[in-house]
Design a protein around this ligand. Structure first.
Ligand code: ZN
Length: 242
C-alpha cells in the first residue's frame, strides 16, 4: 500500500493510491467503493487492509454514505448514515471518506484530540462542508486555531474543466483565483476553494497542507472524470490516536 501523508498531521492517517489492494480490472486494486460495480468480497478485503493501515480493527474504521451535501456526523455511526463529513474524539477510532476526483480533507485537533474526514466535491465545496465540519468540531470543544488540515489528492485546476455557470456560482463566494481561464475554457481550482473555506473558518494558513496532487493527471489515482465513471474509490482516513 502506498499512503500519501502530511507532516502537519501527527496521528496515523493516509491518502491511499490505487496500489496494494485485491480488486482487479478498472477497480485495481485498492478500491473502497461498494457501489461502483466491484465485487463486495474484494471491497471488504480492501477495507480490512485499510483498517490495518490505520492501526484499528475493522469495526473501528468508520465511513458514511456520501450524498454531496453538508451533513457532518460524529462516529460511531452506521455506514448507511448519509453525510459528507465524519469526526470522532474517541481514542482508537478511525474515520474516512471515499473519493475519486472530489477533495478528501483530513482535520486533526491535537489539543482537543479530535479528528475528522471530509468529502468535498463541487456541491459540498459550494455548501462549505469544510466550514460546517470546523463548526461541528468547535461545538465539541475544539478551537479552529488549533486545527491542522491536509487537502488530499483531487482533480486539480489543470484538469477540472467546467462550465461558465459553475464558475459564476463559485465566483459569488470565492476569490477570482478559483477560476483558471485557458483557451479551452474555464477550469476550477476545487482544492483552493476548500483551502479558502478553511481559512475563513479560522484555521491558520500555516496549518493547512494542500498536497497539490491531481487525480486526473496522476495514474496512481482513481479518477471519475479521466476513467469516464468506470473506476474505484480511494478511502482516505485519519485515526484518533494522540
Ligand atoms: Zn490534472
Amino acid at each position: 500500500m502506498e499512503l500519501i501523508t502530511s507532516k502537519l498531521l501527527e496521528v496515523p492517517h493516509g491518502f491511499p493510491t490505487r496500489e496494494g489492494g485485491v480488486s482487479t480490472g478498472v477497480w485495481a486494486s485498492l478500491n473502497a467503493g461498494s457501489a461502483v460495480g466491484d465485487a463486495p468480497e474484494a471491497v471488504a478485503l480492501n477495507l480490512g487492509l485499510l483498517a490495518a493501515a490505520a492501526g484499528v480493527d475493522g469495526d473501528r474504521l468508520f465511513g458514511v454514505t456520501q450524498v454531496h451535501g453538508e451533513g457532518v456526523v460524529e462516529a460511531p455511526i452506521g455506514a448507511q448514515t448519509e453525510a459528507d463529513a465524519i469526526w470522532t474524539g474517541r481514542a482508537g477510532d478511525a474515520v474516512g471518506v471515499r473519493t475519486a476526483d472530489c477533495v478528501p480533507l483530513l482535520l486533526v485537533d491535537p489539543v482537543g484530540q479530535r479528528v475528522a474526514a471530509v468529502h468535498a466535491g463541487w456541491k459540498g465545496t459550494l455548501a462549505q462542508i469544510a466550514a460546517r465540519t470546523v463548526e461541528a468540531l468547535a461545538r465539541a470543544g475544539s478551537r479552529p486555531a488549533d486545527l491542522r488540515a491536509a487537502i488530499g489528492p483531487s482533480i486539480g485546476p489543470c484538469c477540472y474543466a467546467v462550465g461558465e455557470d459553475l464558475i459564476a456560482r463559485f465566483a459569488e463566494r470565492f476569490p477570482s483565483g478559483i477560476c483558471v481561464r485557458r483557451p479551452a475554457g474555464p477550469f476550477l481550482d476545487l482544492p483552493l476553494a476548500v483551502q479558502t473555506t478553511l481559512m475563513r473558518a479560522g484555521v491558520p494558513a500555516a496549518q493547512i497542507d494542500p498536497l497539490g496532487l491531481c487525480t486526473a493527471c496522476d495514474p496512481r489515482f482513481f479518477s471519475h472524470r479521466r476513467d469516464r465513471g468506470l473506476t474505484g474509490r480511494h478511502f482516505s482516513f485519519v485515526t484518533c490516536r494522540f
